[in-house]
Ligand binder design. Structure first.
Ligand SMILES: Nc1ncnc2c1ncn2[C@@H]1O[C@H](COP(=O)(O)OP(=O)(O)OP(=O)(O)O)[C@@H](O)[C@H]1O
Length: 272
């Protein structure tokens, strides 16, 4: 029977345009008490503009490190990480980061959190108001504009965090287990909201998750990573039309195959 998870384009396939993110031969070695920690080894990954990529893999396989390298928060030890053609050397507003713990400024209101980046760029007050209104509306928080983060639920905080990244005019959204701390129902709602925003904005999204179902629901491609040292094991295009239905038999088949792949990597790693 043919694999329903088909590998992405072979090296011989022609490329349409330069990838927005190009990770080429990237390795990352941390030092812990004088001991090297090989977090990533020879990672290659090209991401096209507008793609939704999920990074998945066992704890410690380097997903967050790879995301932080893309964000410019972590230098590579060797290889190159490029945004379009330019080496990534520092964070920039065109790459928005969204973390599991929201990372909001507790002393600022929802509106002020969202408008933080544009304000730093010196935009006039009237423009800040417009930007605030637009993104408050996009994430459904208009009524909570003057609330502080401590007055919001987890799901609302994560909406503010996403809106803050979008208000910076980011082209790439780098999301590190953004829904990991949310209850199942809120998570489902936010998954759908993010897919709607992605469809409207044509953003490129790189999304770290531990949840197979979430990866199959959200991603164009799922990049499976393995640990010791962290590397890309497999890169799959999800062969499902959108919108996807998590109760559909074909969805279940893809989910099962991805689960088997992940567990087989874990058991191989244990046996090695
Ligand atoms: N600043 C650091 N100093 C030393 N070691 C680090 C540092 N950051 C990450 N590591 C190590 O690098 C490896 C990869 O870590 P990373 O957090 O990227 O993995 P992960 O796949 O995101 O894990 P998880 O799924 O548990 O979040 C781990 O062994 C981790 O301990």
């Amino acid at each position: 029977m043919p694999d329903i998870l088909t590998p992405v384009a072979t090296p011989a396939a022609p490329r349409k345009a330069a990838p927005i993110l190009d990770i080429a031969g990237v390795s990352k070695v941390f030092s812990l008490n004088g001991r090297p920690i090989h977090a990533l080894k020879d990672v290659n990954l090209q991401i096209e503009k507008g793609e939704f990529i999920c990074l998945i893999g066992a704890s410690g396989c380097g997903k967050s490190t790879l995301l932080r390298i893309m964000g410019g928060f972590e230098p590579v030890s060797s290889g190159t990480a490029r945004l379009y053609h330019a080496p990534i050397t520092e964070p920039g507003p065109e790459r928005g980061m969204v973390f599991q713990d929201y990372g909001l400024f507790p002393w600022l209101t929802v509106r002020q959190n969202i408008a933080f980046g544009p304000k730093q760029r010196g935009l006039p007050e009237a423009r800040l108001r417009e930007i605030g209104d637009h993104f408050l509306n996009m994430v459904g928080l208009t009524k909570f504009a003057d609330h502080f983060p401590s007055q919001l639920s987890g799901g609302m905080k994560q909406r503010v965090s996403i809106a803050r990244a979008l208000a910076n005019d980011c082209e790439v959204l780098l999301m590190d287990e953004p829904f990991g701390a949310l209850d199942a129902l809120t998570r489902e709602v936010l998954q759908q909201e993010l897919l709607d925003i992605w469809a409207k904005t044509k953003l490129t999204v790189v999304f770290v998750t531990h949840a197979v179902e979430e990866a199959v629901l959200m991603a164009d491609r799922v990049v499976v990573m393995t640990a010791g040292p962290g590397r890309v094991e497999t890169d799959f295009r999800i062969p499902l039309e959108r919108p996807r239905c998590i109760t559909a038999p074909e969805f279940n088949r893809v989910r099962q195959q991805l689960t088997e792949m992940l567990t087989s990597h874990v058991s191989h790693a244990k046996a090695a």
